[in-house]
Design a protein around this ligand. Structure first.
Ligand code: ADP
Ligand code: NA
Length: 333
């Protein structure tokens, strides 16, 4: 009954890593290429401001994220690519969902508990309501599928709870039960310094991550210095259990090559790190250099980025406005 539609968003909070690329942006581009779905991707600036953002930095980071999407292959004609705040229907539907969701549901969100911590009194009301805005982001397009990482699964369940309660309270079958598209085994990229922690821009050690803006030398150096253990790579992926750093490098290799982890083992099983790391560094440079060059080119022409985003927002509103209007009608507003 619902048009197959994929929605996902990333916060423009600054600094894209190899983790964001392999775990999110490249996956989004792959979903665009796979076809069979309309693909809608967003810079969620309204989520970003739930914690303080310097205004000039927010503007710059929003353009940089747009450049990252475009450089990684998001085609603004085949996908819809835009900035959340430019489509006011997100905020309008979020208000209705604030009135559907229960305080208790929001209070149980582990991300809220982690981010607000012991100082919830001083957290913004927006940080608490964040998952209702996320539900609106998804449901204002009647999105049927959302690619999510582990950390967002609970929020997607809440989205379904909000859709179900709205449908039940108003006696309609209006909002879909959005399905998660779960990441494959290789798509969680871990720190290069500690294989048990996720690669993140918020890690204080720059050596722990590859930034999409790193040059070839920096990429090669970080991979050469990545923490590993002394043993050569095994023949079998399963045998990487208990060797998180080695497994992470194999996962990165497989994801950059676009092959399964088993196929990766067939290529690199038995190698020691003296052979494997330089090969991985070359591969990373080969795959990332064009992305970072294209990002730099786009960042030199902010007016062009803004024009593409404005067009994306217009196309997004063509879908969102009638869904919001129908929501208003259902609620009697
Ligand atoms: P961060 O976690 O670095 O603050 P975000 O939470 O803004 O980044 O994540 C943006 C997107 O990138 C999300 O879809 C998230 O799942 C994905 N992502 C972030 N870090 C990684 C990682 N290390 N491996 C895989 N995917 C990641
Ligand atoms: Na996150």
């Amino acid at each position: 009954r619902f048009t197959p539609r994929v929605f996902s968003g990333i916060q423009p909070s600054g600094g894209l890593t190899l983790g964001n690329y392999l775990g999110a942006i490249k996956r989004f581009a792959d979903m665009q290429e796979a076809g069979g779905h309309q693909t809608i991707y967003c810079m969620v600036d309204m989520h970003a401001i739930t914690v303080w953002q310097d205004p000039a930095a927010l503007t710059r980071n929003t353009r940089e994220l747009a450049a990252g999407y475009l450089a990684a292959g998001i085609d603004p004609e085949r996908s819809i690519l835009f900035n959340q705040s430019r489509v006011p229907e997100h905020a309008q539907l979020a208000w209705i969902f604030n009135c559907v969701a229960r305080m208790g549901w929001m209070g149980r969100m582990t991300q809220w508990k982690d981010k607000a911590g012991k100082n919830a009194e001083n957290a913004s009301l927006g940080l608490f309501a964040y998952p209702a805005l996320m539900a609106a982001d998804i449901l204002v397009y009647h999105a049927t599928h959302v690619p999510v990482g582990e950390d967002q699964k609970q929020h997607l369940e809440l989205t379904r709870d909000i859709a179900a309660k709205f449908n039940h309270d108003y006696g309609v079958e209006f909002f879909p039960m959005t399905e998660p598209v779960i990441e494959g085994t290789g798509t969680r990229v871990m720190s290069l310094r500690d294989g048990t922690r996720k690669m993140s821009k918020s890690d204080p050690s720059d050596a722990s991550r590859i930034n999409l803006t790193d040059d070839a030398d920096a990429i090669a150096r970080k991979i050469r210095k990545a923490r590993t253990d002394p043993d050569p790579l095994p023949q079998d992926y399963k045998a990487l259990d208990g060797r998180p750093e080695a497994r992470n490098l194999v996962n990165i290799f497989a994801a950059l090559r676009d092959i399964s982890t088993d196929a990766a083992m067939a290529q690199v099983g038995g190698q020691n790190f003296g052979e494997f790391k330089p090969m991985l560094a070359d591969l990373a440079v080969e795959k990332l250099a064009p992305v970072s060059a294209e990002m730099a080119r786009l960042m030199n022409d902010p007016a062009e980025i803004d024009r593409i985003m404005a067009r994306g927002a217009e196309r997004a509103r063509e879908i969102a406005a009638p869904i919001l209007a129908e929501t208003y009608r259902i609620t009697g507003m």
